[in-house]
Write a protein that binds this ligand. Structure first.
Ligand code: ADP
Length: 856
């Protein structure tokens, strides 16, 4: 017993120590440790349990475990388990690691790992439960599970072929469904193959080299490779593949996970895109060359090299066809080797195939081997061309050339043909245009050359012309000089001749009075007659010479026709009487009309015509001076005789100097100068002269002059009424007017009628004027410069040397308004210079002024 007791004590002590150890163990355990009795009541609760469930030990001791940490849904199962253990001493959950859901004091549920161990102490059975929160572990596991699942999903159902291979052996370790589908091998076949088996043999060395590099990589986890490879499918098809490869660890082996992207189509699309871009570029290049107006050769050169590369052939040539000669000409070429130099080489058109087919637009394929042996075929073979295609170039329906390309024997692809045709068509247009352009340019150049040649010709002709003009001017100047010399000579000669002639005529007249013997008288008469003839001759020659030298002073003014005719008739009357010729005047209605002429020269012409009409008339004939209106406001004065008339053949000689038409033989006196001088005078006055004659009936000589307004008419038209022109004061005095033109005389007469106190003395000749001046001592002298006997300037000079007349104011009235003349006379002491047609108001003002000062 003691022993028992002692044993019991020892046992108790041991138990106590063991419990204490257990307690410490439990208190420091990492897991929550809970003990319960068979009723399920909590008997111990360590600090971890406190932390894990939120309950303090003292709160839970004695509580049912199920109510404390088991969520209500699991409580029944827990109670049933305990009950079964109580009944059978067995429990399926005992001594095992189980997982279940626990409840925290705050109501949250969480997964725990649990191991329940029954502890028997005598009859008492306790259960100790070790619990561990496995929320984290659970979560980690879940995520691993999920990531694995997604990887699987990614791998197996990836549409891109994927595989894993052993880096060391290159054996396939895993492949996905896409790989199986794309490459044609089954999974099993794959797993028996190496990655080199899906490559064409030529790719293998590159692959092996790449793998060696891969193996040398230091950190296998970060390796990732990408690259493009060529793969061979089971059926032998070759594909372009982009590869992305990741180094991975596969069941402890160094492996690579590969994603393969088949880029064959993509590459093809890219290539064809590049090709079509290049095609467009070539066409564009042709356009550009065309627009830049490049020569045909340059246009072809610009694109041939690119075209050749695009076609993928060693050689491309553009030839132009000369269908007429049956030859083709090499325009431009791009090729590996140039066998012949430069464009311009000609060869038979037969090398281009069937020309008729080309004309229809059909490309020709030529097998060089089938061509006749010759340098052309040899040259082609030497440049690596065994087969070539000729694509026709047709512009405007005309076959202008061919685009040839070729190389190794073989078929031409539809694409090559398409490209070549497209380029040939464009080139044809461009070349045709360029040729046209060149033609136009050539023509323009030719034209330019022709223009230049013509310009040279013209300039030569022009030089010639200028030389001729200069020559003519020189000749004219020479002629002028000669003319001047001639008229100078004539005027000097006439002066020299006139002086002795005056003596001859003067003494002849004296002798006429003295000699008594009839024979002597006749001699003297002959001398006088000869002298007069000579004087007329000299005067007429002098006039003609002056007219021709343009030196005959003319003073045209309105001349009253009736006055002119009357004066001539008066002068001719004695001559007519001697021949018993009746003088008549006709057309008196026109006598008041005026013509524009020099009064004295008109007189001279008319006198000449009238004296001819008498001289060449028959005795007791008739001479009529008529006046008619002629065309274009002209007045015709005609002199009609009843002489023998003039033969038509002779008429053209009438007006030539010294041609007397045989009159000299009939003893009619004359110089043969009268009509020649008349014609020149009439024309110098703007008139015309002519003759009509009926042989044996008589001749009619006529002159025509422009009708002129008479000074009186003009006065009536332009001047104000006499009342306006009336004198401001009563004036008287004497005015001498030296003037041979009756019209002017009448005008001045009318004008002076406005000054009743003034007396007008007219003088129609210079000498008469001088005599009247000396006799009447007028207060004013009006002087015309153009007088029949002496010139007005001569009158002026003589007035100036006469002491009695020197102070008398002289006013010149002249038709000559040349400034030089006006200045000269004003300088010579003339009071004023009035020009005709006369300004009556001006004349009156002058008259008033002069007479008023004279009266004062
Ligand atoms: P001139 O009378 O001095 O010979 P003209 O020049 O006046 O010279 O005339 C030239 C010539 O014309 C005259 O010689 C004369 O033969 C001819 N002739 C002139 N007037 C007449 C006329 N009215 N009738 C016939 N013949 C005339």
């Amino acid at each position: 017993m003691r022993k028992q007791v002692g044993q019991g004590r020892r046992t108790q002590e041991a138990l106590r120590q063991s419990e204490e150890r257990f307690r410490l163990l439990v208190a420091h355990a990492l897991d929550a440790v809970i003990t319960i009795d068979v009723q399920g009541r909590i008997t111990s609760w360590n600090p971890q349990a406190e932390r894990l469930f939120g309950w303090a030990q003292e709160e839970v001791l004695g509580r049912l475990l199920s109510e404390t940490i088991i969520p209500p849904t699991y409580r029944d199962a827990h109670e049933r388990g305990l009950a079964r253990f109580r009944a059978t001493g067995e429990g399926p959950v005992l001594d095992r690691r189980i997982e279940l859901t626990a409840l925290h004091r705050n109501g949250t549920e969480f997964p725990v790992e649990l191991a329940i161990t029954p502890m028997r102490s005598g009859k008492t059975v306790l259960f100790s439960a070790f619990l561990r929160d496995i929320t984290e572990a659970k979560r980690a596991e879940e995520s691993r599970r999920q990531s694995e699942a997604s990887f699987r999903l990614l791998f197996t159902s990836n549409p891109l072929p994927m595989w894993v291979y052993d880096v060391a052996t290159m054996a396939f370790l895993e492949v996905n469904a896409a790989a199986v589908a794309n490459y044609g091998y089954s999974r099993e076949e794959f797993l028996g193959m190496r990655i080199t088996d899906i490559r064409p043999p030529e790719e293998v060395p590159r692959l092996e080299a790449a793998l060696t590099g891969l193996g040398a990589e230091a950190d296998p986890t970060v390796r990732r490779h990408a690259g493009t490879w060529t793969h061979r499918l089971k059926d032998g098809r070759i594909r372009d593949v982009d590869i992305i490869s990741h180094a991975i660890d596969f069941a402890g082996r160094r492996a690579a996970l590969v994603v393969a992207i088949d880029v064959t189509e993509l590459r093809q699309t890219q290539a064809s895109l590049a090709k079509s871009t290049e095609r467009l570029r070539i066409l564009h290049e042709i356009d550009r060359a065309l627009i830049a107006a490049e020569a045909p050769g340059a246009i072809a050169e610009a694109v041939l090299r690119r075209l050749r590369d695009l076609l993928g052939v060693p050689r491309a040539i553009v030839n132009l066809f000369d269908l007429a000669t049956g030859e083709a000409e090499w325009l431009a070429a791009a090729g590996r080797r140039r066998i012949r130099l430069g464009p311009g080489v000609r060869f038979p058109l037969s090398l281009m195939g069937d020309v008729e087919a080309l004309r229809r637009g059909e490309p020709q394929v030529i097998d060089v081997a089938a061509l006749p042996r010759g340098p052309d075929a040899e040259a082609l073979l030497a440049s690596g061309v065994h087969t070539y295609m000729v694509v026709p170039m047709i512009a405007g329906g005309e076959l202008i050339g061919g685009l040839s390309f070729g190389g190794a024997p073989g078929e031409f692809t539809a694409e090559q043909i398409g490209i070549a045709q497209e380029v040939a068509a464009q080139l044809a247009i461009a070349l045709a245009q360029a040729r046209l352009h060149e033609r136009v340019k050539r023509q323009a150049e030719e034209l330019e050359q022709r223009v230049q040649a013509r310009t040279r010709e013209l300039s030569t002709a022009n030089d010639q012309l200028q030389r001729e003009v200069a020559e003519r001017q020189r000749a004219e100047a020479e002629a002028d000089r000669a003319n001047r010399a001639k008229s100078e000579f004539l005027s000097r000669m006439s002066h020299e001749l006139r002086t002795p002639l005056n003596a001859i005529l003067g003494f002849a007249q004296l002798l006429e009075l003295e000699v008594e013997r009839p024979a002597d008288r006749e001699s003297v008469e002959q001398i006088a007659k000869g002298g007069r003839h000579l004087l007329t001759l000299i005067n007429e020659i002098l006039d003609i010479a002056r007219i021709e030298a343009g030196q005959l002073p003319l003073s045209p003014e309105p001349v009253r026709v009736g006055d002119a005719i009357q004066r001539v008739l008066d002068l001719a009357r004695p001559l007519a009487a001697a021949r018993r010729i009746e003088l008549e005047s006709d057309g008196a209605a026109l006598h008041p009309q005026h013509v524009w002429a020099d009064q004295q020269r008109l007189q001279q012409v008319l006198l000449n015509l009238v004296s001819n009409g008498i001289k060449y008339n028959r005795d007791a004939g008739r001479l009529t001076v008529a006046c008619d209106a002629a065309e274009a406001d002209r007045i015709r004065i005609s002199v009609k005789d009843t002489g023998s008339g003039i033969a038509p053949a002779l008429r053209e000689h009438l007006f030539q100097p010294f041609d007397r038409l045989g009159a000299e033989q009939h003893g009619v006196e004359g110089t043969g100068l009268g009509l020649a001088l008349s014609k020149r005078l009439v024309e110098a006055m703007g008139g015309t002269i002519g003759v009509e004659s009926v042989p044996s009936e008589g001749s009619t000589f006529w002159v025509e002059f422009l009708r002129a307004e008479s000074p009186i008419e003009r006065l009536a038209r332009t001047e104000p009424s006499p009342a306006v022109l009336a004198a401001p004061v009563e004036l008287d005095g004497t005015v001498l007017y030296v003037e041979d033109n009756l019209s002017n005389l009448r005008l001045v007469e009318r004008t002076l009628a406005l000054r009743p106190g003034v007396k007008l003395i007219p003088a129609m000749q210079g000498r008469l004027g001088l005599a009247l001046a000396q006799q009447h001592r007028p207060d004013l002298i009006l002087l015309d410069l153009h007088l029949p006997d002496i010139s007005g300037e001569q009158v002026l000079r003589e007035l100036h040397v006469d002491p009695g007349l020197r102070q008398t104011p002289v006013v010149v009235l002249s038709a000559d308004a040349t400034p030089g003349q006006v200045q000269r006379l004003l300088a010579a002491g003339v009071r004023a210079y009035l020009t005709k047609p006369l300004d009556v108001r001006q004349l009156l003002a002058l008259l008033d002024e002069v007479l008023r000062t004279g009266n004062a």
